[in-house]
Design a protein around this ligand. Structure first.
Ligand code: SF4
Length: 379
């Protein structure tokens, strides 16, 4: 399997909670950036062909930032280049992230024409006051229009991103947003709890005690609402934050959670191949300059030890509801997970937070609300 991530570091504005690498008002760089990205892809494809001759793309994920800030011809171009340079499996999954307010039917038809078969829309909420508080540039009406445009363009595999735990949000308003999203019958939902990240406007507000977030009890109620509404809608949780209808799990992200190799290109993008993790430079102008003078854009290289890789595979795998396969772990690392973690795992099993099935180690329903603490024990 070959998975490729492309990062598009532009947004129309910065949301107040966001720590993703992106810049607003970067229009002048759109063309030069895509040209540089295409050059990086050329070089990457040459190396890939030399090492993994017959491995074509199984998944391509164009994320950001807001990839749909770009004129559609540029986005089509970079997708065409990726498919031409690497080749593609017949059932390749090609995802693009989009934001309401940046797409219409014609734009989305052009993406379909380029081969995109999965669209991920950043809706976040259907409550205009919540959208305003978190600094989104679109309102609920624009979100509905974007979803309708995607359906009428012909997308059948649509993901909606929604957020809970937002300032001023209540279980009632979360139920409203989730119900509204489900009315569009999305194939996939990504439901993220807000986390306050450093170097964001929300971080500064939290430091001053002026960020009013829902209490833990309200969050637990929101979790219950999520479980109830998603299961009624036939969307099954398969990862901490992700729910899908049958056959619509995101294969690109599953590859990350299995801790398999992945390729990447673009600013800040991280790739991991044969135990070597590489991070690219964040600044788009510097990225463009380096690509043109044939200077490396890699700013951090990490050689993962076998043990480090094993532990990461356990942690990432536990994010998935099915857990991590004991047999795969043993075949890959020659380490038995039960023996390796010994009393740590035994304690978590005794508390009923994790369990061994015949094939997997997984977090139980009781342990899921404490997933982060459980993983911290096993890091
Ligand atoms: S649109 Fe997405 S990537 Fe851009 S600032 Fe908002 S959350 Fe961050």
């Amino acid at each position: 399997m070959t998975a490729l991530y492309l990062h598009i570091p532009f947004c129309l504005g910065k949301c107040r909670y966001c720590s993703f690498q992106s810049i607003a008002a970067g229009e002048k760089l759109y063309g030069p950036y895509v040209a540089a990205l295409t050059l990086e892809l050329t070089r990457l494809a040459e190396i890939h062909a030399a090492i993994n001759r017959s491995s074509k793309l199984s998944t391509l994920f164009v994320g950001g930032g807001t990839p749909t800030c770009l004129p559609v011809e540029l986005l089509q171009g970079v997708i065409h280049s990726s498919l031409a340079f690497f080749g593609a499996e017949p059932d390749v999954e090609i995802s693009v992230e989009a934001n309401p307010g940046t797409v219409d039917v014609a734009y989305l038809e052009a993406l379909l024409e380029a081969g995109v078969n999965r669209l991920s829309l950043g809706v976040q909420s259907f409550d205009d006051r919540e959208l305003g508080r978190i600094g989104r540039l679109h309102d609920a009406q624009e979100a509905c229009s974007a979803i309708k445009a995607a359906v009428s363009a012909g997308f059948r595999n649509i993901n909606l991103d929604l957020m809970y735990g937002l300032p001023g949000q209540t279980p009632f308003s979360w139920r409203y947003s989730l119900e509204k999203g489900l009315m569009f019958h999305p194939a996939h939902l990504s439901l993220y709890q807000l986390t306050v990240e450093v170097d964001t406007p929300f971080f500064a507000l939290a430091a001053n005690n002026t960020l009013c977030l829902p209490e833990e009890e309200a969050i637990l109620e929101m979790d219950e609402i999520t479980t109830q509404l998603c299961s009624t809608a036939g969307l099954h949780q398969y990862e901490t934050s992700n729910y899908a209808g049958y056959g619509h799990q995101c294969r690109h992200n599953i590859n990350y959670w299995l801790n398999n190799d992945y390729l990447a290109a673009g600013t800040s993008a991280v790739s991991c191949q044969h135990g070597v993790r590489e991070r690219r430079i964040a600044d788009p102008a510097e990225y463009i300059r380096r690509i043109h003078v044939q200077q490396s854009v890699i700013i951090e290289t990490e050689q993962l030890s076998l043990e480090r890789s094993f532990r990461e595979t356990v942690i990432m795998g536990l994010r998935m509801v099915q857990g991590v396969s004991r047999r795969t772990l043993y075949e890959r690392y020659a380490i038995d997970v039960q023996e390796y973690y010994g009393s740590t795992v035994e304690k978590l099993v005794n508390f009923g937070f994790i369990e061994f099935t015949a094939t997997h180690l997984r977090i139980t329903a009781k342990g899921r609300p404490l997933a982060n603490q459980i993983m911290a024990e096993l890091v």
